[in-house]
Design a protein around this ligand. Structure first.
Ligand code: ATP
Length: 317
């Protein structure tokens, strides 16, 4: 396998549920080290795509590769390199978080490895569980039963379960769903730290702000189709125009005659990339400048441009 293989690649991936085209010809790639944000309104096909990638549902047609190996055929070889949290964490409420993780760890299918004594196996398991609990900030909750966990703690326990095997790829479906602002911040912080530690992350979300803050690349789904796949840096690159906000908009408009692309009240968009020269010219003419800088499109604008009206309204800030 070449070192440059994408972590995830799909080609013309299709999934029908009866007459419903949940996934409609998706070519998706996630490269090593990315935080890839899979963005789309409810029902756009995010969960189905994630389930397809993990071999939890079978594709109607098309191809899927994880770490360069075909799925679901090679699931046994590659899925141990993947941690996932899809459609909410499940745990036994009457047991502690650590016991839940130990049970999961015991039941997980391991790739062939060096044979150790059962004693060292148990010690290694305890260490894995402790590390995963520490990593998600649940190291100090002791023997508290999961039934007494907050929603945020449960979500973090779900992520801990996904992290047990120190996966190279973490796949998370709406990881901050149902969390309060503090819980959301904690999960985001955790994901950034994991990514800095080398974990590639694919997360689905219907929240623009979440994806914009967290992700390095975005795939935008609209009714089962991938209508955009681009790095956030490229999407947010300057447009080549300069935004000027001034209470003297009439005077500025007259001065810059022909170079003003649009005007909206006290906001002018000027056809230039030389913001400094523009500023100097305005100030020299006695025009008061409140704000001036390169225009960048927001992710919200890009989404509105690329998706159908209904969908754009449902992708929330
Ligand atoms: P949400 O965030 O609401 O889960 P989503 O973007 O994850 O939305 P999916 O859950 O993948 O979207 O659903 C895509 C479409 O496929 C929807 O129309 C949904 O009703 C349909 N669908 C998903 N799973 C099934 C299923 N098992 N049987 C029938 N239809 C399904």
């Amino acid at each position: 396998m070449a070192g440059s293989d994408p972590v995830v690649a799909t080609r013309a991936l299709v999934k029908h549920f009866g007459p419903v085209k949940a996934v409609d010809g998706i070519d998706l790639t996630v490269d090593v080290g990315e935080i890839y944000g899979f963005l789309g309104a409810n029902g756009s096909g995010k969960t189905t795509t994630v389930r397809l990638l993990l071999g939890l549902v079978l594709a109607t047609s098309g191809e899927i590769e994880l770490f360069g190996r075909p799925m679901p055929r090679s699931g046994g070889e590659v899925l141990h390199r993947v941690g996932s949290l899809v459609e909410g964490p499940a745990a036994y409420g009457h047991l502690s978080g650590a016991t839940n993780l130990a049970l999961l760890d015991a039941s997980a299918r391991m790739p062939a490895g060096p044979v150790g004594s059962s004693r060292s196996g148990r010690a290694a398991r305890r260490a894995r569980v402790r590390d995963a609990m520490d990593l998600v900030g649940l190291g100090a909750v002791g023997r508290r039963k999961v039934s007494a966990y907050s929603l945020g703690m449960r979500q973090r326990l779900g992520i801990a379960a996904a992290l047990l095997r120190q996966p190279e790829l973490l796949v998370l479906d709406e990881p901050t769903n149902g969390l309060d602002p503090q819980g959301i911040r904690e999960v985001r912080q955790l994901l950034v730290e994991l990514n800095h530690g080398g974990t590639t992350i694919l997360l689905s979300s219907h929240l623009l702000a979440e994806v914009e803050q967290l992700c390095t690349r975005i795939g935008l789904l609209d009714r089962g189709r991938l209508v955009l796949q681009e790095s956030v840096d490229t999407l947010r690159a300057p447009t080549g125009r300069t935004l000027v906000v001034t209470p003297d908009a009439d005077a500025a408009h007259a001065l810059l005659d022909g170079r003003v692309a649009t005007r909206d009240g006290d906001r002018l968009l000027v056809e230039t990339t030389d913001a400094a020269a523009l500023n100097a010219r305005l100030v020299a003419a006695g025009i008061r400048v409140v704000e001036l800088g390169p225009e960048r499109r927001t992710l919200e604008e890009v989404v509105a441009e690329r998706t159908s009206e209904r969908q754009a309204g449902e992708v929330a800030r």
